[in-house]
Write a protein that binds this ligand. Structure first.
Ligand SMILES: [Mn+2]
Length: 332
């Protein structure tokens, strides 16, 4: 790395020192990782491996089958109880260990540093202990990992560049949402220059649709109802829908986008009940509506245009829809 590279404003030098010194790194991300989480994880892990380091990945929850290829050729391990083999933990696409949702994991052993790389805004009561690279203005964690690697002077292998490109594309709705900043496009251009193929990324994110996912999409669309003069679109998926389509929770990713695409809709909600006793609600909004502010009323969070929460007060999707309607009116 050069002295000049270290002056990159977004990347604090201590983050680069941590990477310089680490030999064995444990990479963690949030529960139920999405395209940004898995793409960023792959991009970082492959680049660390190419620099002679070992990066193990430990994951929690489930993820959509169409993203499983992002774990190919990576050391994905069972979640460790003992961290003594590692000299660094990298936490991606979230800033609190609680988001990993691993029972018993509250803090790292004393002396084990954590490198946080995240773009989710902090809620008022959150104060994570390390924010080496926390930038809510960034489109995605993929963009931040790329900033980090370029400041560190590491050239990602082609597959890592493509994984980071997928991460950015995934979190920007394939470069269509208002978080598609000049910075996001610059990072994407850099990654294309390093061998990332946009057509391949597009196929993985948009065109590898499975039949069960398509069937679930049909059922979700059937359930769509408009409220508040057509400004709020609500879709539901119930245990009966999952079973009829042969689908599961991992097949619901991006379904909520269907509602937001309707003319006149400024808030789209997808209410999901897979029969396991927890009603989950995904939100997508258009300016000036803040999905994250609304999700915050239910104890959830996310970004301005994309957020989620669990409705602990609702036992059915109908109850969750009623709770949402009651709170959403003042936002629309
Ligand atoms: Mn993200």
């Amino acid at each position: 790395m050069t002295g000049q590279a270290r002056q990159c404003a977004a990347v604090p030098p201590p983050a680069l020192d941590l990477l310089d010194q680490a030999r064995r790194i444990l990479v963690l991300t949030h529960h139920n990782p999405d395209g940004d989480a898995l793409g960023s994880t792959r991009g970082l892990a492959l680049t660390l491996a190419a620099s002679g380091r070992r990066a193990d990945l430990a994951l929690t929850g489930s993820w959509t089958q169409s993203l499983s290829f992002l774990l190919a050729d990576l050391p994905v391990i069972d979640f460790p109880d003992d961290f003594s083999a590692y000299d660094l933990v990298a936490l991606l696409d979230c800033h609190c260990l609680s988001r990993v949702e691993r029972a018993g994991l509250k803090a790292l052993p004393p002396g084990l540093p954590m490198l946080v790389i995240d773009h989710h805004p902090l809620s008022a009561e959150e104060k994570a202990e390390a924010h080496w690279l926390h930038e809510p203005a960034a489109s995605s964690t993929g963009e931040l990992v790329w900033l980090l690697l370029s400041a560190w002077g590491q050239n990602p292998p082609r597959e890592a560049a493509e994984a980071l490109l997928l991460a950015i594309a995934s979190d920007t709705g394939f470069f269509s949402q208002n978080n598609t900043t000049a910075g996001a496009l610059r990072a994407a251009a850099d990654l294309v220059e390093r061998g990332g193929r946009l057509e391949t990324v597009h196929r993985h994110l948009r065109a590898d649709l499975t039949l069960k996912r398509l069937k679930l999409k049909g059922r979700a669309l059937d359930s769509l109802k408009l409220h508040l003069g057509g400004r709020l679109a609500v879709m539901t998926v119930t245990p009966a829908d999952f079973s009829a389509a042969g689908a599961d929770m991992t097949d619901t990713e991006d379904l909520v986008e269907l509602g937001r695409a309707l003319a006149g809709v400024s808030l789209s909600a997808l209410i999901k009940d897979d029969g396991r006793g927890l009603i989950r609600v995904s939100l997508r909004s258009r300016e000036p509506v803040s999905a994250s502010a609304l999700a915050g009323l239910f104890g959830g969070g996310g970004h301005r245009a994309a957020a989620a929460y669990n409705d602990h007060l609702a036992a059915t999707v109908e109850e969750a829809a009623a709770n949402l309607l009651a709170r959403a009116e003042s936002f629309l």
